[in-house]
Design a protein around this ligand. Structure first.
Ligand code: S3P
Length: 444
């Protein structure tokens, strides 16, 4: 992406949002489907793959590591894997663009192979912490050959020819960290165990099972899990259907809640309980979100949701809910701005190390649009009112979710909201603007 040329965009209040849409495939599952399919022996067909830039970077990385990865139609991909431990030495550096997930998961997958690879990304990814992933991977036998300041990208990792299994108690609630250890553990003999104090999204575990690995996940403490993987399986190809991404559905969903007179149906949204903290929170705030039908789609529960404009009220969001809605606080803050009363979102430390410092960026986004907001420690406090002034220009800091959240705010505020750059929306939600316009959104 050419980040030197900015593409501003403005959202303004117009007609109610109406229609029925399906948002693109889940980003987390898309990355994992490509990486795990590349570690099977044989061919896997993937449908509904998110064709956002983040995922396309992962597809390129898998190609560079020796897998055959082909696009056969819209959202349809075929991956011919090289087997666990079978990656080839890439000839150039692996570019993960804006994507922490692609990069950290691939670090884990490479850590279990006797190859050396250089990992790189854009200016945002180069600021993000990699040490959290490197700690366990070094314990398993991988070595950092060189890295940017503070062990950041660009980073060259020498994988372990004979990786060792470990038992790892994760110091941060991060599905990326858990997944990196499990992917490295695939190539290690015996059992690799990850213990998490707070359960995070479990798509890696589910897909590992889908591809034939022996893996168990049991409750640990009040909110955690203990995950045990048997190493050195022969992963078998098995087709994957990627359900619609609840983190992307969050944007039109909140827009429908705050734009008076709106009514939307969102089709086949994944409702894995480890991803739906936002929906639970919005319902507590008084949101009218109705589940029309549920079914299973590729091993995940999905639901069609009907959303109608609602008068929201402020709530306290408990810290233990954070892992199940970690990417949704920005858009929740937009909803909270239009709610009656105060919303306190507790325990948001991890937001500081996302595509941008999302705690500060969220507060700035609201402030420039006339909303009263405070940061107290790791808590974000939003003072809601039924009308938001808008009129601000929001700095997006190479962060797709800031861009989309600010635009949703502009659809309901008294004055238009402008973002400095819409380009990064393409990392996770291609044709976001087209889909929103089809519902009646006024963007120019
Ligand atoms: C993701 C995990 C989360 C999330 C990210 C996707 C994943 O990051 O913010 O967008 O697919 O595993 P952390 O694991 O760092 O919390």
């Amino acid at each position: 992406m050419n980040s030197a040329v900015l593409t501003p965009l403005t959202a303004r209040r117009g007609s109610p949002l109406k229609g029925r849409i399906r948002v693109p495939g889940d980003k987390s599952i898309s990355h994992r489907a490509l990486i795990l399919a590349a570690m099977t022996v044989g061919e896997t067909a993937i449908s509904g793959l998110l064709e956002g830039e983040d995922v396309l970077h992962t597809a390129d990385a898998m190609r560079a590591l020796g897998a055959r990865v082909e696009r056969t139609g819209e959202g349809l991909w075929r991956v011919h894997g090289v087997g666990v431990g079978g990656f080839a030495q890439p000839s150039g550096s692996l570019d993960f663009g804006n994507s922490g997930t692609g990069c950290r998961l691939a670090l884990g997958a490479v850590a279990g192979c006797g190859i050396t690879a250089t990992f790189d990304g854009d200016a945002s990814l180069r600021t993000r912490p990699m040490r959290r992933v490197l700690d366990p991977l070094e314990k398993m036998g991988a070595r950092v050959i060189s890295a940017g300041e503070g062990d950041r990208l660009p980073l060259t990792l020498q994988g372990a020819a004979d990786p060792m299994p470990i038992t790892y108690e994760s110091p941060v609630p991060s599905a990326q960290l858990k997944s990196a250890v499990l992917l490295a553990g695939l190539a290690a003999p015996g059992e690799t165990t990850v213990i998490e104090a707070e359960a995070t999204r479990d798509h890696t575990e589910r897909l590992l099972k889908h591809f034939g690995a022996k893996i168990t996940s049991k409750p640990h403490g009040e909110h955690g899990r203990r995950i045990v993987l048997q190493g050195q399986p022969e992963l078998e190809p098995s087709n994957v259907v990627v359900p619609a991404d609840p983190s992307s559905a969050a944007f039109p969903l909140v827009a429908a809640l705050i734009v008076p007179g709106s009514e939307l149906i969102l089709d086949a949204v994944m409702t894995n309980a480890l991803r739906t903290g936002l929906f639970a929170t919005l319902k507590e705030m008084g949101a009218n979100i109705e589940t029309l039908a549920t079914r299973d789609d590729g091993g995940e529960e999905v639901a069609d949701l009907r959303v109608t404009a609602s008068q929201l009220k402020g709530v306290v969001v408990p810290p233990e809910r954070a892992p199940s809605m970690i990417d949704e606080y920005l858009i929740l803050a937009v909803a909270a701005s239009f709610a009656e009363g105060v919303t306190r979102m507790r325990g948001l430390k991890e937001l500081r190390v996302k595509e941008s410092d999302r705690l500060e960026a969220t507060a700035d986004m609201l402030r420039v649009n006339g909303v009263i907001v405070e940061i107290e420690g790791d808590d974000l406090i939003v003072h809601g009112k039924s009308n938001v002034a808008g009129g601000g220009e929001v700095k997006t800091h190479m962060d797709h979710r800031i861009a989309m959240s600010a635009l949703m705010m502009g659809l309901a505020s008294d004055n238009p909201v402008r973002i400095d750059d819409s380009a990064f929306i393409a990392t996770s939600f291609p044709d976001f603007t087209g889909l929103m316009r089809s519902l009646g959104a006024d963007f120019s």
